[in-house]
Design a protein around this ligand. Structure first.
Ligand code: ATP
Ligand code: MG
Length: 402
């Protein structure tokens, strides 16, 4: 068993010792069977939330109304969720009522896809009533039960289907695929935040190309808020080697392909965090510059290494160049050769400028620091205090005339 399962095993054992059933479920079991890296381990149990809290001394009510308790155990935390069935789905969204039950199979039945409905016992037994392992072997995304019903219950599952395509490179089973098309309009009822959370995972997936192709074919994209809500944008993206781009880079590409007139507004419609919106916007402006120019010391310095690499990757994607690695290596060498990499490496600061020139501090300091910074980067001035001072004092007279 994987290390994460081993660390969580005592939690299962304690629940069992108290007379309850407990199993590993969900993504961790799926990823374990696929030999993929496991992140968080989820545990499902027949114990109710109150019963869970009686067994463990340290717990947090993270989603008690859905039956989820965070159990803190030996410095780790595990999500433990009571077996439940869901009913009264209201407006194609999450269930109105959650009923706690004592049967594992009923709990697996309410899960979205067969690959996500496999349980693993503490003894290493797999409980797989919906043939999830077969689906894993044939690399298929298939709903548990009738796809039309399951998508009507919770339309977010439409997005989840294609984000699993993107992460796993699986195909969508035929009936499930047909219902992706028929039920796509139900996505209107889903909160943007939930759609975006799946979109972020979709864009981050190694098979983002396949997932976007399905979004296009099934019209799912029409129920996205902006940017990728555009046939031409997706069609063009699909002609490009987008597999090499990460999520943020793909947002930048969308902004570019969409010829967005108001980037902030378009990105805000996805309710992305403002920090990410700022990063995407910055990268987009460097991309526009890069499409017209080659990197210079100053542009490389202003962008910083990470942004420059991302911009270069988007540049090669747009031009369908196949020498990304070579270009990134070259960029790294150029970056390492820069005389300075951030302002703090400059051998002068504003206070020194004011002292040397015996002038009151003011906006002139910022301008002069920028000029010195440019000269150092262009190798017109050495980044050495005495050299800088010499230059500063030599231009004192003209600058005071201004
Ligand atoms: P990830 O690796 O991204 O965490 P995951 O499969 O664990 O993928 P989660 O969103 O963490 O996905 O959900 C955990 C499990 O809960 C899923 O594997 C699935 O069994 C079930 N599940 C999650 N969302 C839904 C949903 N909308 N409808 C039905 N079952 C769901
Ligand atoms: Mg998970």
């Amino acid at each position: 068993l994987n290390q994460l399962f081993i660390e969580a095993l005592p939690v299962i054992r304690k629940l069992e010792a108290a007379g309850y059933e407990a199993y590993f479920v969900g993504g961790a079991v799926r990823d374990f069977l696929l030999n993929r890296e496991i992140h968080d381990v989820d545990i499902a149990t027949s114990a109710t939330p109150l019963e869970i809290k009686e067994i463990f001394s340290s717990t947090v009510d993270v989603g008690i109304e859905h039956g989820t308790i965070l159990v803190l155990y030996k410095g780790q935390s595990f999500e433990v969720t009571t077996f439940r069935s869901e009913s009264n789905y209201v407006d194609y969204r999450r269930p109105g009522t959650v009923t706690f039950i004592r049967s594992l199979e009923e709990d697996l039945k309410r899960r979205d896809f067969t690959i996500n409905a496999i349980a693993l016992s503490g003894d290493g037994q797999l409980i797989d009533p919906f043939k999830g392992q077969e689906a894993l072997e044939s690399k298929l995304i298939q709903t548990v039960g009738n796809p039309a019903d399951r998508f009507e219950e919770d339309a977010l599952r439409l997005m989840r289907a294609i984000r699993f395509v993107s992460q796993l490179g699986f195909k969508v089973e035929d009936n499930t695929m047909q219902e992706l098309f028929h039920k796509a309009p139900l996505l209107q009822h889903i909160a943007i935040e939930r759609i975006t959370a799946e979109m972020v995972k979709l864009l981050s997936g190694a098979y983002n190309h396949q997932a976007l192709a399905i979004a296009l074919k099934t019209n799912i994209y029409k129920y996205w808020p902006s940017l990728y809500h555009n046939q031409a944008t997706i069609q063009t993206a699909l002609t490009l080697p987008i597999q090499q781009l990460n999520e943020v880079e793909l947002w930048v590409l969308a902004v570019y392909l969409h010829k967005s007139k108001d980037i902030k507004n378009d990105l805000s419609k996805w309710k992305l965090p403002s920090k990410k919106i700022k990063l995407i916007t910055t990268m987009y402006h460097f991309l526009l510059w890069r499409l017209e120019n080659d990197w210079t010391s100053y542009s490389l310095y202003s962008a910083g290494f990470k942004i420059a690499c991302s911009v270069e990757k988007i540049f090669t994607t747009i031009h369908k160049l196949n020498d990304t690695d070579r270009r990134l290596k070259k960029l790294k060498l150029e970056y390492e050769k820069l005389k300075i990499h951030e302002r703090s490496e400059m051998q002068v600061n504003g206070t020194e400028l004011a002292q040397w020139l015996n002038r009151e501090p003011g906006p002139w300091i910022k301008n002069m620091l920028e000029e010195i910074e440019q000269m150092i980067l262009d190798s017109r001035l050495q980044n050495e205090k005495m050299e800088i001072r010499k230059w500063v004092q030599s231009c004192q007279i003209p600058s005071e005339k201004n």
